[in-house]
Design a protein around this ligand. Sequence first.
Ligand code: FAD
Length: 116
Amino acid sequence: QKRKDCPLDKDELGRSTWGLLHSMASYYPEKPTTSQSQDMAKFFNIFAQFYPCEPCALDFQEDIKKNPPKTKSREELAKWLCERHNTVNIKLDKPVFDCSKVHERWLDGWSDGSCD
Ligand code: FAD
């Protein structure tokens, strides 16, 4: 039984997490070193083990087994992550996001000044 409203629920956790992950991808080096590239791939594998929503984590583990992290450049990582998020969007019947606009959403900001 939950005693407080303060712990994040599944949707709040998801929104905050996607915010962190897409921002990490958008600020990832355009030309990472081999060690940065290896570490970012490890990060996603470890993240998938410990994401604190069990059914979400199990599906994400399966998804990244089939589609391993692409970490050789910012462009590649941002697109890969956008596609992973779209896999979840499809599962939840949410709209598919246009991955060519991922930096507008998470790095530069929409040209009309909106946030979402
Ligand atoms: P979110 O999906 O949280 O998206 C936040 C914002 O990201 C959107 O408003 C939009 O501006 C932007 N965005 C949307 N799609 C993309 C994209 N493809 N690329 C870049 N930006 C995008 N919930 C479940 O109920 N079941 C699950 O199995 C599940 N698995 C999850 C797995 C992971 C790894 C994560 C991080 C979250 C998971 N969630 C799951 C939570 C779910 O994805 C949503 O975060 C939650 O439903 C809230 O959705 P939202 O409509 O607020 O927008």
